[in-house]
Design a protein around this ligand. Structure first.
Ligand code: GLC
Length: 440
């Protein structure tokens, strides 16, 4: 087999054509309906117990943002009518041992980080105050200020947290570090924060999406359609629903996807996330390169091996951004990996692989966005702003463009009613907005 044949067949197996997109949308709607009714579904459809912002909320809030390898503490100001502003912010890297240790260690680490932030910025630790907590994992809520972790995603595995109320765990740790005056007043997923943050300045915003380490989306739902909710104390007719679309499982898969899933620590789960998000797409490309090496299609002379963990999404991004005629950036990367004499054909093949993997990610993402939009508004008669945050969206070359072109393909003229907009820091800022909406 030649490289070109391999690439051609790869292209075919990763293609998500118009028919597949329409199938995905139909299956997605089916799982949304089931999730909202509380029956078994790959979409959890979790009520967030908060509505969009009115833009009039005011106040200064401390917010926590936990969801990837970094943990952030922020102070956010809502002045009403303008963009929420970050006044202070500090990032803490979560040590691997803490991510995979015990829940008590994880929440103690968070409490210590909050204390450091408050002392560094001279924020009074004795004052009674509410805190907004962005916790970017699936949580089952029955009100805005508590939530039970359903399962970990994105490689987290701290013990003793699943099935527990996250807010209790955090408040216990806060007490341990003399921060007992701080109470969590709002708990929200990062998608919910992102939607809330953008809706503060744009009333047409009704969908929030994250394309980062993981991927997920939420949207504004009519409470009457949330069949599983029953009668609970909630004051508005609309509520944000966190779909947890990363776990959607009716997606066309390849052998590489099966391989990746099999060795992951959550086999069978987060199937859509494993095709789209930053934590996984680099690994899919690496599996393809390894296959090409085994088939002696590339680097047969260099005896190059791509070990797990050696090739990440940021490398993929670098490869796809190489627009030089001789693909010198890719050459530089390969030289760093010990491949001294790669051919242009090999380098081009690497770029093709990355384009194919990221192109599929964008088309599946567009299918997800389109599913949510047509669930809310089947003919797309109204304008919708989609607030998006996350490094994949912000940094991956062509990812945004590919999503937009797929949406145009799916919706032709009505796609003019869809506006994709970046909600920078939405997941951090947003929970302050959520806290303010909950308090209003
Ligand atoms: C994972 C989490 C989800 C989160 C997403 C983006 O899919 O399960 O809750 O929103 O990552 O961070």
């Amino acid at each position: 087999m030649q490289i070109s044949e391999f690439i051609k067949s790869l292209e075919d197996s990763f293609a998500v054509d118009a028919n597949s997109i329409h199938e995905i949308i139909a299956d997605f709607h089916c799982d949304m309906e089931r999730g909202l009714a509380g029956v078994e579904s790959s979409l959890k459809m979790l009520p967030a117990y908060v509505d969009r912002a009115s833009g009039k909320e005011r106040g200064r809030y401390i917010a926590l943002d936990l969801g990837g390898t970094n943990f952030r503490v922020l102070q956010v100001e809502l002045a009403g009518g303008s963009k929420p502003q970050i006044i202070k912010s500090e990032k803490f890297v979560i040590p691997k041992a803490v991510m995979h240790g015990t829940g008590v260690q994880l929440f103690n680490f968070i409490a210590q980080s909050i204390k450091k932030f408050m002392l560094d910025y001279k924020v009074d630790i004795m004052k009674k105050r509410g805190l907004g907590f962005t916790f970017s994992f699936p949580i089952k809520q029955t009100d805005i200020a508590s939530g039970i972790l359903i399962n970990w995603t994105k490689g987290f595995s701290a013990t003793g947290v699943m099935g527990k109320n996250i807010v209790k765990l955090l408040e216990n740790s806060l007490k341990r570090y003399d921060l007992g005056n701080i109470k969590v007043s709002a708990l929200a997923n990062d998608t919910v924060g992102t939607l809330a943050a953008k809706s503060y300045e744009d009333r047409e915003c009704d969908v929030g999406v994250i394309f980062g380490t993981g991927t997920n989306a939420c949207y504004v739902e009519n409470v009457g359609r949330v069949k599983k909710m029953g009668k609970l104390k909630y004051k508005s007719d609309y509520m944000i629903i966190n779909t947890e679309w990363g776990n959607f499982n009716k997606v066309p898969t390849t052998d590489y996807d099966m391989k990746l899933d099999k060795v992951s620590n959550n086999t069978g789960k987060q199937r859509m996330e494993k095709m789209i998000s930053g934590m996984y797409v680099g690994e899919i490309a690496r599996l393809i390169f390894s296959d090409m090496i085994t088939k002696k299609l590339i680097f047969s002379k260099a005896k190059m091996k791509f070990a797990k963990g050696n090739f990440l999404t940021r490398h993929m991004s670098l490869i796809e951004s190489d627009n030089t005629t001789r693909l010198t950036k890719i050459n530089g990367y390969l030289e760093g990996m010990g491949v001294i004499a790669s051919s242009i054909a090999e380098r081009r093949a690497m770029k093709d692989v990355c384009r194919i993997v990221s192109g599929r990610a964008a088309r599946i993402s567009a299918a997800g966005i389109s599913s949510i939009l047509t669930w809310m508004d089947p003919e797309l008669n109204y304008k919708h702003t989609i607030a998006i945050d996350g490094t994949m969206y912000e940094k991956y070359p062509g990812f945004r463009r590919n999503i937009i072109s797929a949406l145009r393909e799916i919706h032709s003229r009505s796609s003019k009613n869809i506006k994709l907009t970046r909600a920078k820091d939405g997941s951090g800022i947003g929970v302050a907005v959520v806290a303010a909406v909950a308090a209003s």
